[in-house]
Write a protein that binds this ligand. Structure first.
Ligand code: NAP
Length: 263
């Protein structure tokens, strides 16, 4: 039997990538398509609508089926739209790959914390992955993959990241619970990819004080003294989508140039 071309290993699979109009999510979506998957693209803002069109064009030109969905992941009723879109493009009415990528990276010192800030950020970063996974459960394919984008911030202790760091740490806990709770029952693996700083809008829109607080950590990053690129993160996520990752579950893969060795 001839081996499947790695480039086409995901033919017939259907993926949802939240927050896939820009940044890391767009990179993941395009690579999933390049490997043959059908993909649900998600955005929430008018800016995202324009960016999403470009991602859709790229995927369609490669032959993937694509659904582009405006949905605010913080709103549970919007999450059903993502599930419905996935089922509409899935040949076997199953969802094979679920990538929880949409995130809010807003910065806030504890002294300035408000209930509104807490709710807004934690609804996007934590509530959304919990309820979207819940909605996908009846439709998950055997051999399915759930991947959560977390962050080295979960354990670095950088100022202004109270809610951001806490929600990312919470996702890493969810990952371990779901690996056990869903693993055998649904035949899925559940893993996290934890990037360090990556050159996307989220990073460059950060408070200058946060960028300054991160600089010494960047300067001492073991692999290279630089911020990561989307292309550094995408292959790690794609590995976790592959058949070859079948024995990896409940793990947090640091994609940070080794940043997590520090601190
Ligand atoms: N960049 C970094 O330095 C870094 C480091 C570690 C971890 N991460 C994590 O990696 C993931 C992706 O980050 P990124 O840097 O690629 O972000 P980004 O460039 O800011 O892009 C964010 C994406 O999420 C979408 N989004 C935001 N809020 C949403 C909502 N409420 N509902 C639906 N979609 C929403 C955006 O859609 P619109 O275009 O419509 O706004 C956009 O597609 C996040 O989970 C982030 O925490 C990033």
């Amino acid at each position: 039997m001839s081996p499947i071309e790695p480039q086409k290993a995901l033919v017939g699979k259907t993926a949802i990538v939240t927050g896939s109009s820009r940044g890391i999510g767009a990179g993941i979506a395009i690579e999933l398509g390049r490997r043959g998957a059908n993909v649900v693209i998600n955005y929430t803002s008018p800016r995202g609508a324009t960016a999403a069109q470009q991602v859709v064009k790229t995927l369609e030109s490669g032959g993937s089926k694509v659904a582009s969905v405006q949905a605010n992941v913080a709103v549970v009723s919007d999450l059903q739209k993502l599930v419905d879109a996935a089922l509409s493009i899935s040949e076997n009415k199953k969802i094979d790959i679920l990538i929880h990528n949409a995130g809010s990276g807003d910065d806030c010192y504890l002294a300035d914390m408000t209930e509104d800030f807490y709710k807004k950020q934690s609804d996007i970063n934590l509530k959304a992955p919990i309820f979207l996974t819940h909605l996908c459960l009846p439709h998950l394919a055997q051999g399915g993959r759930i991947i959560l984008l977390t962050s080295v911030s979960a354990r670095l202790g950088v100022p202004q990241q109270t809610v951001y760091a806490a929600t990312k740490a919470a996702l890493e806990s969810c990952c371990k619970v779901w690996a056990t709770e869903l693993g055998r029952k649904h035949g899925v693996t559940v893993n996290c990819v934890a990037p360090g700083p990556v050159a996307t809008d989220m990073w460059w829109d950060s408070d200058p004080a946060l960028l300054a607080d991160f600089q010494p950590i960047i300067d001492s990053t073991p692999a290279a003294a630089r911020v990561g690129e989307v292309a550094d993160i995408v292959p790690v996520v794609l590995f976790l989508c592959s058949e070859e990752s079948r024995w990896v579950t409940g793990s947090v893969l640091s994609a940070s140039g080794g940043m997590t060795f520090i601190g």
